[in-house]
Design a protein around this ligand. Structure first.
Ligand SMILES: [Zn+2]
Ligand SMILES: [Zn+2]
Length: 429
């Protein structure tokens, strides 16, 4: 009976693999259709808005509203152009070398029309986190061991994931998005979120400024000088309400993850690892995935008198404000916040091979001596060179590291859930 069951389950798994591969193929094939649809929608929407609403505004209103009437379409169209044309960033060039389009975007050219420098925006502290090693070059820290991707056999730095639709590894991969026909990752996630923001603003502008026109569009006999038929504007208005509610929700969710130093994938994986940490059921389990003083204090007070504290920690969570500053590359080590108002190609704060980590809570005299760290992808261990060879991780100095499978994580080679002992924690940052 058992061999029969085994072969049956094998068949089912193979079937699922085929279905999965087909879904990936379909997502890839549908991509251009989605992009065409999006261009049509925002293109037509803009035309109808100017045709119906702006046509009816007085000269003074147009003058007063000109910042909105100029900035909103400029950012809406150009941010969408940027998010669809900038490759998300890859750890290795294709075997035949990076394509022209890829290298053009990955190497910052201060003379380019998209460069902030061209318009008088400069990084306030260029000596901050390094912005080096483009072209999928070598890691900025040569001693850092890098995993190897099982699927494309290329290097797979931390936070990189393999996209089965794009069929390659993507730096700081967030998700594959059919609406942009590509992955949202290191180089285009900023444009992705800014596009969502400007799309939301566009919808609200239509809703507010077009309110009177919306009711007029129902009046059968009302004069209607626009080229667009009344029903066309009614449709645009209703669509603007729907998108103006849905997209901000999506954007808020993405900003929430960004502000906690997580990508969509990491958010899923961290939630899984957190559950695992709880399920291990050590005494005094305290969860500290998020980096905020309140959680830290609760952790320390509960640790008092308890033998062991298990911390589940997201090492990339540098605090809400800093996470957002680094993501948009603004603030003390980046550009001015006004760069958010223009469709500029602001380079990411990192080359995607290494990321700054939060300082780890050091055991205070009152807290227990055996403090454990439970971090994704054996975070500290991978970079320190003294990580324990756990979870089947074959550790070899200066070589790629292969993780063992953990089926519930996004990538089966992630090898999450490493353990490190407390006393060594202070040395990593
Ligand atoms: Zn890969
Ligand atoms: Zn992809």
């Amino acid at each position: 009976m058992a061999p029969l069951l085994r072969s049956c389950s094998g068949l089912v798994i193979r079937c699922f693999k085929h279905v999965e591969a087909f879904a990936d193929w379909l997502t890839g094939a549908a991509g251009p259709v989605f992009v065409f649809l999006c261009w049509s929608l925002i293109g037509l929407g803009g035309f109808v808005f100017f045709d119906v609403v702006v046509r009816d505004l007085t000269f003074l209103s147009i003058l007063l509203l000109s910042p909105i009437l100029l900035l909103v379409p400029l950012n809406l169209y150009l941010q969408y152009y940027l998010v669809t044309s900038i490759p998300s960033g890859f750890p290795a060039p294709r075997p035949s070398g990076p394509t022209k389009a890829e290298s053009r975007w990955l190497v910052p050219n201060p003379k380019s029309l998209w460069a902030p420098e061209r318009w008088g925006f400069y990084r306030s502290n260029a000596g901050g986190w390094p912005l080096t090693g483009h072209n999928g070059g070598v890691a900025s820290e040569p001693r850092r061991r890098v995993r190897r991707c099982r699927k494309c056999d290329g290097p797979k730095p931390e936070r990189t994931h393999h996209c089965s639709v794009c069929k390659r590894c993507v730096l700081l991969m967030d998700h594959h998005c059919p609406w942009i026909n590509g992955c949202v990752g290191l180089h285009n996630q900023r444009h992705f979120i800014l596009f969502m923001a400007w799309l939301s603003i566009s919808c609200w502008v239509v809703c507010v400024l077009g309110y009177a026109k919306f009711w007029e569009s129902f009046a059968y006999l009302a004069a209607w000088p626009a080229w667009t038929p009344k029903i066309g504007f009614t449709l645009l208005y209703v669509l603007s309400i729907a998108i103006g509610i849905a997209v901000p929700v999506l954007m808020a969710w993405h900003l929430h993850m960004v502000s906690h130093g997580e990508t969509s994938i990491e958010s899923h994986d961290n939630a899984y690892l957190e559950g695992k940490a709880r399920a291990e059921g050590l005494v005094g389990v305290v969860w500290c995935r998020r980096n905020d003083p309140g959680t830290r204090r609760a952790l320390e007070s509960r640790a008092n008198g308890v033998g062991i504290v298990q911390i589940y920690l997201n090492p990339y969570d540098l605090g809400r404000r800093r996470n957002l500053e680094l993501f948009f590359n603004i603030g003390p080590t980046g550009y001015r916040w006004t760069t958010l108002l223009l469709p500029l190609v602001v380079q990411p704060y990192t080359n995607g091979w290494s990321f700054p980590r939060r300082s780890l809570p050091t055991p205070t005299p009152s807290s227990p001596s055996d403090l454990h760290l439970h971090a994704p992808e054996l975070a500290a261990g991978l970079s320190s060179g003294q990580g324990p060879a756990e979870n089947g991780m074959a550790v070899a100095e200066g070589k790629y590291v292969m993780g063992d499978g953990d089926g519930d994580l996004t990538d089966d080679e992630e090898g999450g859930g490493g353990w490190m002992d407390g006393p060594e924690l202070g040395s990593h940052h």
